[in-house]
Design a protein around this ligand. Structure first.
Ligand code: HPA
Length: 266
């Protein structure tokens, strides 16, 4: 951690971010629009190196609406074969850089009937079905406690604030529970029926590990899903990553507007 922080601090001239954002699939453009300083993950000690050519993986520092923000443009996933600890390391780095509020974003499949492709959903709670927890292993008492409370990961106050921002912008926004699978395969229709029975509104392959670690180390979390498709149903359309990206592309303008407005009001 000391190596990581020393390297990053050497690049950002006392820039002290108070807000962190992890940008999900197809939602990374915010970091193209607002970018004062960027550092490739490949250069940062102890960050996961990207092996995919042309794949953006960088930390972007910028002032947005007068607030100092650090963004992850590109996240690493558990399904790539990294450990839970590795994929959540950047959250701990953000905490050590002084971040207080973390906005987690993702593309997700709609489980409940009320979630339609193109919707934005504020995450009110989650179900961790990934089969692993990022806090397994020796505990670092300087970050958080051994058995951290998880009763309000996604802060009510932030959800209310995001709702108000959406209303002001004329954006229709929903609320729901995010169900995390490890992936990389999409769910079967039976798995989606199960997720629905367990109370899920949307399903995806990310966010939950970061949310657990963020809450553990005292960050205020806001989670926003872009519903990119209706999750698999018997007799429904086949799912492809291309379709997911196509929908996030359609939603990204409204998504960016909302995030910028939320940052302004934070
Ligand atoms: N399932 C899991 N992850 C996803 C989906 C889905 O339907 N859509 C986007 N990410």
């Amino acid at each position: 951690m000391e190596d990581t922080l020393e390297f990053i601090k050497g690049k950002i001239n006392n820039f002290s971010p108070e807000i962190g954002i992890i940008l999900g699939s197809g939602l990374g453009e915010l970091a193209d629009k607002y970018c004062d300083i960027s550092i490739s993950y490949n250069d940062i000690p102890n960050f996961i190196k990207s092996t995919v050519k042309g794949h953006k993986g960088r930390l972007v520092f910028a002032e947005i609406s007068g607030k100092k923000v650090v963004m992850m443009q590109g996240r690493n996933h558990y399904y790539e074969g990294h450990t839970m600890k590795e994929i959540t390391y950047p959250v701990k780095v953000m905490k050590k850089l002084g971040v207080k509020t973390l906005i987690l974003t993702n593309a997700a499949g709609g489980v409940s009937e009320k979630m339609k492709a193109g919707d934005l959903m504020l995450i009110t709670d989650h179900i961790n079905f990934m089969g692993a927890n990022p806090l397994v292993g020796p505990n670092d008492e300087t970050l958080g406690e051994r058995f951290p409370d998880m009763t309000e990961i996604y802060k009510k106050k932030l959800i209310e604030l995001a709702e108000k921002c959406a209303k002001d912008l004329g954006i229709n926004i929903k609320e729901g529970i995010y169900f995390a699978n490890s992936g990389p395969s999409y769910e079967t229709p039976a798995e989606i029926r199960m997720a629905g029975m367990l109370g899920a509104d949307a399903v995806g392959m990310s966010t939950v590990p970061e949310a657990i670690v963020a809450n553990y180390c005292g960050l205020n979390v806001l989670g926003i899903s872009c519903i990119s498709n209706s999750a698999s149903k018997s007799g429904g359309d086949k799912l492809s990553h291309e379709d997911v990206i196509e929908t996030t592309n359609k939603v990204k303008e409204k998504f960016k507007k909302l995030i910028v407005n939320i940052i302004e009001k934070l």
